[in-house]
Design a protein around this ligand. Sequence first.
Ligand SMILES: [Zn+2]
Length: 586
Amino acid sequence: MSIPTSFIDQLLDQTDIVDVVGRRIPLNKKGANFWCQCPFHDDSNPSMAVNQDKQFFYCFVCQESGNAIHFIRRYENLEFVDAIETLASAAGMSVPYENNRLEKSKPSGLVEKAVKFYQGNLNEKIAPKAVEYLKDRKITGATAKKFNIGYAQDKWDGLLNHFGSDIPSKELDESGLFSRKDDRFYDRFRGRVIFPIRNIKGDFIAMGGRIIDEGEPKYLNSPETSFFNKSNELFGLYEVKEREKNIASLIVVEGYMDVIGLYEHGIKNAVATLGTAVTPNHVSKIMRYTNKIFFAFDGDLAGGKAAWKAVENTFPIIREDINIHFVFFDQGHDPDSYINEHGLKAFQKLLDESISLSSYFLSKVKEFNLETLEGRAQAAAFAIPLVNKINNSVIKEVYASEVSKLCGMDIKTMDVPSSPEIRKAASDNAIRSSSNIPVRVKAVINIFSALLAFPAIAHESVFDELKDDPKFNFLFVILDLYRDMPNIKPSRVIESLESEQIKGYFSEAVVAGLELSEKNAFKLVNDCMDILLKNKKDREQTLKDKYNVRSITPAERRDLQQIILKKQEITDDDRNWLKKLSSKQD
Ligand SMILES: [Zn+2]
């Protein structure tokens, strides 16, 4: 089922974002925007602008932005369809659902059928060993039922025969349930206990299987399909959300058995990644449902690495209102084995004693020998790139100042933009203190401003020189939209963008609402393009310098070749470079 886009347009037309936000948070009009305290971070100033003209909101601190649908989804923690329902009922409209069998992300019904089939296999008669395995792990029948645990018999065609011959090969292929050799399909899962994976709506989208007898691999997951992307999904999240409307906290663990083992002992808020490290997508998904997160990885080397990866992937999206903690186990223990051995109280004590993200990070900095100058320099070199990953200016400031204290040097002067004025700037109804923004980013934001003021600029040929550069694909996505629909609403442009960062830049341009004359808008675009193209030239020179000192990587070498080949005119010098770059020896 899906909702026609024409209805969504109509709904947005009949909804006033000032009304939607204003009914939930007090708004004050100041200049072109309404202002309020941002509900998406711990805000003490009015940092969020709501623009009635553009039907759009933007927070200057945490950079959350979007249209009324996005606001309501984030504010009330709703799925897209529920957000539409909420707004539609406020506008007195009813949502016309349509059956759309071609919808790409619609999960295959075959996965659900397979789950039922495998569940039916899980009994003493068909699967004595699987039942014994679960009993050994102290999993009761009720818990097995709750997680729809099943068993795939050790046969090549158990599921295939169950499905019969009516199902088109394409559908079998796309379900992820079968492997294929030549033109024949085989059951992917054989001789395994099956742990079904659901998306946040509760649809079965994939499964994991743990082998019962000897064999490799021990754990096997469904491959990625059009409806299952493992770096987005979390095992157990649906089950937590089903039970708790407002989720107080979530515990992120490594395996489905950890989730299930903890559940059995009364810890019912664990979720697991699916054979991958924690990705930024995972973290932002978790942050949508709770603001208290525990990472509880295995007490071994891999678990330690996983915890550190979580730090790296959390930094770019961390906000002040999010509490992140780490739980560490003794060598050889994982959450499931720990709670089995020590019980619920001991596990809860571990949660109480868990260490915060900042303490964990700073403990790593303290591992360097801070008594010596060399050690402090190494510590700074380790910490600066990580601190630079933090986008939230307030948190970045705090981390930078802590690292500076430990290393005995002001790391803020070392490429960590300091931003004491940020909060003031936000409350002053001003755009981010412009000296903190790299000139290239400013150029991109200015191009957006010019486009917003004069969409016809999208037809200018001046942009063509960036066309071959994949880094600027986003620009052409936006230009195409304005070429096709000069009156497109900014909120629709934002929805078409993939990168959160670019969404942020575009949002800044929208809320800044730069007043430009047509002449100045064209001039601005030309100036900004000069800046972006100069940057490309700088890149060419940097790569040539690297070549000369023999530190160029193969990828950079190809990059340099491409830069030269794409020039409109190739000089003798360029030809020499091409010759050098294509010869095997340096
Ligand atoms: Zn905010």
